[in-house]
Design a protein around this ligand. Structure first.
Ligand code: CAO
Length: 544
């Protein structure tokens, strides 16, 4: 047994390289080639594998530290006979990490591209790795690229690398897709080079761009420089972050793939905005928790509505959505996707109700009030909720319980200049029609003046959405979860109603009752709705 110090290998001239992940802990038993740390420069990430098997007895670096070639990484207790000259040999996978293309390390100046400005896009030297995964294609035919812009990203088990454009120009073709596998020397596209802008283009490296696959075979043997050098050099001289704006090392990507996590959606907490394995695990954990808590259900995987440039069809103007409109849109989508809706329709005969209401008009004016059909509806719904309490519930977030409510608060959908607001009439079952009418008028006026307090919009058991003043024969309102039902009110009109002997002209009010079928079944709805229609048909029942 002896103790060996494993140090940072040749970094190809890069200084102060970030340690983005330490893959081992004291006491770990490592196999040869097992990753010790992940390092990252602006241009590439790399894993440093352990050259020999052994047991970690000390770690000399911390996550986020900066290291240089030769810095001690770990102490390893090894069997003496197996120990190679650890620091002399680069502790890097020789197969999987791309090795440098010598000419890329020292680009040579050449003349501008010749008459034909077509430049093939060639897979560069991959250090002997075969069938390397294309994990991202950053360009499409027709795209303009600057010299050094990333064209595509490759990944082996140990490293990821961005392949840059050797010349500025336009992508004439790119025959790559995410998930393809490529090999060194393979032509994968063509760039139409900007001839004038290329007075001194970089000579394509042997084994890199502008070179036929055959030419690769004549390459000098891969230098003994360790793979990290290769990777750092092969990467783009002016790289973009991969995956949108996210840096993610190969180990992190691999974990993300295993957990089916889309790394574009994960917030990075690592140094310089880098994703860590912990970020991926936390993201996956949060999703699982949300699913278990019922916060995340339907909606996942629903294809997005495509973005369209409407100006191609005619003149347009962009108007920002108000905050209320955005919240409403979010709530509507959430409720629409989560709640299995059923909407039942019926007409209430409000002939007598209307006769009574009209008879009270003068008195209402005297009181400085206004009596529309709405206060009658609020009162009737409140009474019906008491009579049929199966509607006065919410589903508990734990998915195991119903919350039965011993209070009756009714929300009123109000159209305001800022958007839809729903003030709440508290304890509507205990209030008289005048009180309800006054409260509605006051709350709606406040809503339209933007003066409603959040508390005045909370706690509703049930919502009424009245479009009666505007018209329409019926609609299917969306339940305002966690409430379980909503009443839509359309425009009353005189209809011929058969009384058994003749048609009578009756004032009929079309009603639409949407309910959450998880909480309420059809029979409950039938009872509640019949009761409500009966109360509206004979408002003396409000007294019972
Ligand atoms: N049938 C026929 N006439 C009706 C009616 C009905 N169902 N409901 C109201 N009316 C009449 C009223 O009686 C009033 O006429 P009079 O002054 O002659 O009595 C007139 O229409 C205007 O009423 P109103 O709109 O001022 O008052 P309201 O109490 O009926 O409604 C409010 C108040 C706040 C609900 C309503 O103004 C509103 O904003 N409605 C829109 C709700 C909405 O946007 N819902 C959609 C939400 S998404 O599901």
């Amino acid at each position: 047994m002896s103790t060996q110090t494993i140090s940072v290998p040749d970094l190809g001239g890069a200084d102060n390289v970030d340690v983005i992940e330490i893959c081992v802990a004291v006491g770990d038993t490592l196999e040869a080639e097992q990753s010790i740390v992940v390092l990252e420069t602006d241009k590439a990430t790399m894993e440093v594998p352990c050259p020999v098997a052994g047991k970690v007895t000390a770690i000399h670096i911390a996550d986020g530290a900066k290291v240089n070639e030769g810095d001690a990484l770990i102490e390893l207790e090894t069997v003496a006979a197996e120990v190679p000259a650890v620091e002399a040999e680069a502790p890097v996978s020789k197969e999987q990490v791309p090795e440098p293309a010598p000419a890329q390390q020292t680009p040579t100046e050449t003349a501008a591209p010749a008459a034909s400005s077509e430049q093939p896009i060639i897979v560069p030297d991959l250090g002997g790795a075969d069938n390397v995964d294309v994990i991202e294609v950053c360009v499409a035919a027709g795209d303009s690229v600057a010299e050094g812009d990333s064209l595509f990203v490759l990944e082996t088990d140990k490293a990821s690398m961005e392949v840059p454009a050797e010349v500025a120009g336009t992508i004439a073709s790119i025959s790559l897709a995410e998930g393809d596998k490529v090999n060194q020397g393979q032509q994968v596209g063509i760039i139409l080079a900007e001839v004038a802008a290329q007075p001194a283009a970089t000579e394509p490296a042997p084994g890199a761009q502008n070179k036929s696959p055959e030419a690769d075979k004549e390459l000098p043997p891969a230098p003994t420089t360790p793979a990290p050098t290769a990777e750092l050099q092969v990467a783009s001289p002016a790289p973009k972050k991969t995956d949108g704006n996210i840096y993610a090392g190969p180990a992190v990507r691999q974990l993300a793939r295993q957990l089916a996590v889309d790394i574009d959606k994960v917030s990075a907490t690592g140094p310089r905005g880098r994703l860590t394995k912990e970020d991926i695990r936390n993201f996956a954990k949060r999703i699982i928790e949300d699913v278990n808590n019922g916060k995340l259900s339907g909606g996942a995987g629903i294809p997005k509505i495509p973005e369209i440039d409407f100006s191609q069809f005619g003149p347009i103007e962009l108007e920002p959505l108000s905050k209320i409109a955005k919240i409403t849109a979010e709530n509507m989508s959430r409720n629409w996707l989560n709640v299995p809706h059923v909407t039942q329709f019926d007409d209430a005969d409000i002939t007598e109700l209307e006769a009574f209401r009209k008879s009270m008009k003068a008195e209402a004016e005297k009181r400085g009030s206004k009596l529309t059909p709405l206060p009658f509806l609020i009162k009737a719904v409140a009474v019906a909720l008491r009579a049929e309490p199966s509607f006065n519930v919410s589903l508990h977030a734990d998915g195991e319980h119903k919350v039965k409510k011993d209070y009756v608060h009714i929300g009123i959908a109000a159209d305001t200049p800022r958007g839809l607001l729903v003030p709440v009439i508290r304890d509507a079952d205990k209030k008289g029609l005048w009180e309800i009418a006054d409260e509605v008028n006051e709350l709606v006026a406040k809503a339209r003046a933007g003066k409603l307090m959040p508390k005045q919009m909370q706690g509703a058991c049930f919502t009424i959405s009245s479009l009666g003043a505007m018209g329409g024969k019926g609609f299917t309102p969306i339940v305002n979860a966690p409430e379980v039902a909503i009443l839509g009110v359309s425009k009353a009109s005189i209809q011929p109603v058969w009384d058994g002997q003749a048609f009578q002209p009756r004032q009929m009010l079309p009603l639409c009752l949407s309910y959450d079928h998880r909480a309420i079944n059809g029979a409950d709805c039938g009872r509640f709705f019949t009761y409500l229609v009966a109360v509206l048909g004979d408002i003396r029942r409000l007294l019972l």
